[in-house]
Design a protein around this ligand. Structure first.
Ligand code: NDP
Length: 314
């Protein structure tokens, strides 16, 4: 152990809804949490516009404003909130070693991982430019804004299939753009898509460009078999081509699934390492909502509190 290692009781890695909720609970329980915010302070909600499905805000709230409120609440209970990115860990135990920005070493009794996941994007300039202005990676979050309108969604997995059927309930028409000649989604989900009258599936289609200036007004697509291009008239463009959980740094220590999501013990936030807990999208590929992440953050703080009490760490 390096001489200058900082010793703390509770370390929280990540600053989305899961991390901040864990911080609020841990701080109020007297665990003196230290939080590192990571590369994207505030997490995925900071790149969305309106959030209309987080309970408690009857008129909705902007994503960045919601995360600023999370920050203020965690700060009010004296969470030590810091800039920094975790670059290495050693979970040999019983104290957990975490290195921040390759320079600062922390030894923590309990660690809560809330590093989230990042949506995969197509990589188009127009997609980046119109992100939050008609382009979204979350139909459940943003679909409502396109009620009665025509939209497109790209992807052929379970997420795209589920989100296409979700959008079909709200929108007039949903184009589903699939790059291959078949979907990857489960048969049950494929059947749901095929049985939804207002979803038009375009197999073997790739997205060339999303059109629009201050919002989306169309999408240029190409049939990869014939080379034919056409513009679909849509006002919303949803990307559902998968997520990357931000868990790379933990892979030699924690049990991950084949994609990289951290495995938690069912019904708890416990990982395979005693004293290391996980919350939010780093462990959740199914729900991925701010409110579910916040709920898991609460669970992680309560589990960490019990763990410290059991070990007699006060
Ligand atoms: P997947 O990786 O399963 O699917 C991604 C889809 O996006 C594939 O159809 C892929 O095409 C397509 N794709 C990837 N990159 C591009 C690109 N650049 N351009 C166009 N298309 C692209 O991701 P999901 O998010 O759908 O699912 C992740 C996991 O979560 C899966 O295991 C899934 O089963 C699970 N899940 C379960 C749910 C449930 O149980 N209710 C709900 C949602 C997800 P291609 O096939 O050509 O590679």
């Amino acid at each position: 152990m390096s001489a200058e290692a900082e010793k703390i009781k509770c370390l929280i890695i990540g600053s989305g809804p899961a991390g901040y909720t864990a911080a609020i609970y841990a701080a109020r329980a007297g665990m003196k949490p230290v939080m590192y915010m990571g590369l994207q302070p505030g997490g995925q909600l900071t790149i969305t516009t309106e959030v209309d499905n987080y309970p408690g805000f009857p008129n909705g709230i902007k994503g960045p404003e919601l995360m600023s409120d999370f920050y203020k609440q965690a700060h009010r209970f004296e969470t030590d909130i810091r800039y920094g990115y975790v670059t290495a860990v050693d979970f040999t135990g019983p104290k957990h070693k975490v290195v921040v920005d390759e320079t600062h070493t922390i030894m923590a009794d309990a660690v809560i991982i809330a590093t989230g996941a990042s949506a995969k994007w197509l990589g188009l300039e127009s997609e980046q430019r119109l992100n939050g202005f008609g382009v979204s990676a979350c139909a459940v979050c943003d679909g409502f804004f396109y009620k009665g309108q025509d939209v497109a969604i790209v992807g052929g997995g379970d997420t795209a299939a589920e989100e296409a059927t979700y959008l079909a309930k709200l929108c007039k028409k949903v184009y589903m753009l699939v790059r291959k000649d078949k979907l990857r989604a489960s048969k049950a989900m494929q059947d749901r898509v095929k049985n939804t009258a207002n979803i038009e599936m375009l197999l073997n289609h790739e997205t060339i460009e999303i059109k629009g200036d201050k919002g989306v007004d169309g999408v240029l697509v190409k049939n990869s078999l014939t080379g034919e291009t056409k513009t679909l008239s849509v006002t919303g463009f949803f990307v559902a081509i998968g997520h990357n959980p931000n868990t790379e740094v933990f892979k030699n220590w924690l049990e991950l699934d084949e994609v990289g999501y951290i495995k938690n013990k069912p019904g708890s936030s416990k990982t395979n390492i005693e004293g290391v807990f996980v919350a939010g999208d780093a462990a959740d590929k199914v729900y991925r909502q701010a409110v579910t992440a916040a709920g898991m953050g609460c669970m992680a703080a309560l589990d960490a509190e019990r763990y410290l009490a059991e070990k007699g760490i006060h």
